[in-house]
Design a protein around this ligand. Structure first.
Ligand SMILES: Nc1nc2c(ncn2[C@@H]2O[C@H](COP(=O)(O)OP(=O)(O)OP(=O)(O)O)[C@@H](O)[C@H]2O)c(=O)[nH]1
Length: 204
């Protein structure tokens, strides 16, 4: 299972169409609460998650509910999810992140990325709307810093694309295939042992 997630209106559906040739959520009105939509593609299930974050005309209470449902879905399916593609609007994301930080809140994209990594789900950030980004390198570096991605992992994590204009999608496909092949990081078992040891140490 591969999931596509991101704020509302970042271009998730356009991207899934570009990659799979399948339209998800046809005829949907923006901001309408809905369930994750699944399509079959090359023997895999592709899931388009509902958009999270601000949606014009949607009460905050509903937005929170959507977010909770997404989190629950991912936690329940964590073992089945081989890859997550977090789609961000490369033009809007830096401004939104700064706005949230100024308010003293953790930006939802940052929170979401870290949530996926905590679940050990391999994650790619598709930096969409490349056609509108003025300084690409600066944007990527900014996002990497905020998401806590070390410089050595930037290339395999952030892929600038334009879903609408079909730009750089080959790079995204290759990166997705690479991550799928690599699978999950294995050290979680050792990590668990270490954590256990640490706890025992402190008891003794
Ligand atoms: N300029 C530009 N616009 C894009 C690009 N990709 C998508 N869009 C536009 O962004 C808008 C939202 O695209 P959708 O694919 O519906 O976005 P979504 O993330 O599925 O939206 P939700 O259903 O709200 O979650 C549409 O008007 C798209 O045409 C891009 O690369 N560049």
């Amino acid at each position: 299972m591969i999931i596509f997630a991101g704020r509302s209106n970042v271009g998730k559906s356009t991207l899934i169409f570009r990659l799979t040739g399948k339209w998800v959520k046809r005829g949907k009105r923006p901001g309408v609460t809905r369930k994750p939509t699944e399509v079959n593609w090359r023997g895999k299930i592709i899931v388009d998650m509902p958009g999270f974050g601000f949606m014009s005309g949607v009460p905050k209470r509903v937005q929170e509910k959507v977010k909770d449902e997404i989190v629950r879905f991912i936690e329940e399916k964590a073992d089945e999810i081989e890859l997550a593609v977090l789609v961000v609007d490369g033009k809007a994301a830096p401004e939104i992140i700064e706005r949230w930080e100024k308010r003293g809140e953790i930006p939802i994209d940052v929170e979401f990325y870290q949530f996926l990594r905590e679940l050990n789900i391999p994650t790619i950030v598709a930096v969409n709307k490349l056609d509108k980004i003025k300084n690409l390198q600066r944007t990527i570096n900014f996002l990497a810093e905020k998401f806590g991605v070390p410089p050595s992992e930037i290339n395999e994590t952030f892929v600038p694309i334009s879903a609408k204009f079909g730009k750089n999608l080959d790079k995204l496909r290759l990166t997705m295939e690479k991550k799928l092949k690599e699978g999950r990081e294995k050290p979680s078992e050792n990590l668990k042992d270490d954590v256990g040891d640490g706890l025992l140490d402190s008891v003794e």
